[in-house]
Design a protein around this ligand. Structure first.
Ligand code: ATP
Length: 519
């Protein structure tokens, strides 16, 4: 076995992530031959597989494991009144601000949040210093609540966030600008503090339905998948004879004309959401909200990317539809950011669709013997963001015993694009034939790659780089005793097993069922 030592992620880790994603067929800018389209991306051959597998792990955890959750697939285009009822026409805005010198546009709330993140960074530094100083005896709770410097930083951060939330809620955009000025926030590009006023900007993409300009109807590309579920609530409940509490899940594209579209696939203009709306009795929302927070965190942790990379963040500023909301944040290469939202949406959406459509959207509860508009707790995660979380965490550089380096993508084996590579040691002596036969035997169960080019060491490296958990090498001994070498990606351990065992070994290690059973 080769000894290896994981190397600290470089300061340029995010750049490495983006270039690795391109070089190995995961993610590339859309229409790249025309210089790309801002914040729109295509998934290549390995990216599409990884994305499919993440989608499938989510779908199975939601729909297959829960008797009372079903999945649907609603259209992207919806009746335009949907977006009036949902509040998106009036309220799906981001506050934007321009820097007059660099002509760059920013989200005012993000500028302020970034400022606060710097304060949080200072707190973290103080904690780390104190940890070193006090050693074993260090009590973090006590330290952060008593150390005067930390207490002051925390108070400052809280005051800023509270004031921003209040001003945004009251639509007091002038105060948001004043706050930016008071904090002396400068444009990261020009360094100047020459700001325009803060304005609201609606994030929905418009499009038209119909042939002629006069008769065409103005539509929107959906900015979230949730509304496709709300408008179908009764269809699904009745056709599925579902009893509250029950959930409806969906995966699909959503579109947002984001003001600040950077950070690769973290913030895209076209992206995919995995959402689940859970319909419950009014009054029980607190309990279900807590349950779903816990369940979703468990799903994330099951992937083994490290507990320290997740945290909850409760919302100060609630969206127009919510009575409680929290994010599951992940430690991306650029810091902790929202990965998933869990929202207690009350009866806002269904009640509003009742009002706009004139149709009753109520449920008759046989136990209570009464009808009501159900309350909803939703879980909403971006598939692309989940992809980035996994990909950026999994991509690692290691130094091997012999001093050489290897790049390895330690994605959870169930999500790996290719489950096993079949590698005949040489291109002769009947070894390729055995390889092809093995591929034929396994290909109905697993996505495989057959590779006979180059030295086997280089082939291993290529598979490490795309995260293939197993390499199966066929050599001359195979001809004699029907055994092959199986090499594990993470440990680089190699052992011989018989050809007839390969399918079972793979099934045990890369089958989603085992992972789902632990949820
Ligand atoms: P943010 O504050 O980052 O703009 P949001 O709070 O508007 O996100 P939601 O409306 O709650 O996000 O959407 C649910 C999930 O959809 C998010 O947690 C995120 O994973 C994903 N998502 C939202 N916007 C984008 C985007 N532009 N690109 C990729 N994923 C997105």
């Amino acid at each position: 076995m080769g000894y290896f030592c994981p190397m600290a992620k470089s300061a340029d880790h995010f750049k490495d992530v983006i270039s690795h994603a391109k070089e190995y067929g995961f993610v590339v800018p859309s229409s790249e031959i025309y210089d790309g389209l801002s914040a729109v991306y295509d998934y290549g051959q390995n990216g599409a597989e990884l994305k499919n597998n993440i989608r499938s792990y989510w779908w199975k955890a939601m729909v297959q494991l829960n008797e009372n959750i079903v999945g649907i697939d609603a259209a992207i285009l919806m009746h335009p009144t949907t977006w009036k009822a949902s509040g998106h026409v009036d309220a799906f805005n981001d506050p934007l601000i321009d820097n007059k010198d660099s002509k760059k546009r920013y989200r005012a709330d993000v500028l302020i949040e970034d400022y606060v993140a710097k304060i949080e960074g200072k707190i973290e530094k103080e904690i780390q210093k104190a940890k070193k100083r006090f050693g074993e005896a260090f009590d973090q709770e006590q330290y952060v609540s008593t150390n005067p410097r930390v207490v002051e930083y925390r108070k400052k951060a809280e005051t800023i966030i509270k004031r921003m939330a209040r001003s945004l809620e009251k639509e007091d955009l002038a105060d948001v600008k004043t706050l930016i000025e008071e904090l002396e926030i400068a444009c990261p590009i020009s360094g100047s503090r020459n700001w325009t006023d803060v304005k609201q900007f609606n994030l929905m993409f418009g499009t038209k339905l119909g042939a002629s300009a006069e008769s065409a109807t103005d539509l929107y590309l959906r900015p979230e998948t949730a509304q496709g579920i709300f408008v179908n609530f009764l269809n699904v409940q009745k056709s599925g004879r579902l009893k509250i509490p029950f959930g409806i899940a969906q995966v699909g594209k959503a579109f947002r004309n984001e003001i600040v579209a950077r950070q690769f696939i973290f913030r895209m203009r076209e992206f995919e959401q995995m959402e689940m709306q859970f319909f419950i009795r009014p009054g029980s929302q607190k309990e279900w909200y807590e349950q779903w927070k816990e369940k979703r965190m468990k799903w994330h942790l099951s992937l083994g990317l490290g507990e320290e990379n997740y945290r909850f963040h409760d919302h100060e500023k609630l969206a127009h539809y919510a009575d409680a909301a929290a994010d599951i944040e992940f430690k991306f290469p650029f810091g902790f950011k929202e990965l998933e939202g869990i929202h207690s949406r009350t009866d806002f959406d269904l009640a509003s669709h009742e009002e706009y459509s004139g149709k009753k959207l109520q449920y008759f509860d046989p136990e209570l013997n009464e009808s009501y508009v159900p309350y909803v707790v939703e879980t909403s995660i971006g598939l692309d963001r989940m992809f980035l979380a996994i990909f950026s965490q999994a991509l690692q550089e290691e130094e091997l015993e012999n001093g050489s380096k290897r790049t390895v993508l330690r994605v959870p084996s169930i999500l790996a694009p290719v489950k096993a590579a079949i590698l005949p040691l040489v291109k002769k002596d009947g070894l390729p034939e055995i390889g092809h036969k093995l591929v034929d035997e396994l290909k109905c169960h697993f996505n495989l790659q057959y590779d006979e080019k180059d030295a086997v060491g280089r082939r291993y490296r290529r598979q490490d780089a795309i995260g293939t958990p197993y390499c199966i090498t066929i050599d001359h001994q195979t001809l004699e005793d029907q055994t092959v070498t199986i090499r594990e990606r993470d440990s680089m351990d190699q052992r011989r097993i018989s050809l007839s065992e390969v399918a079972d070994v793979l099934k045990k290690e890369v089958d989603m069922a085992g992972w789902l059973a632990r949820l």
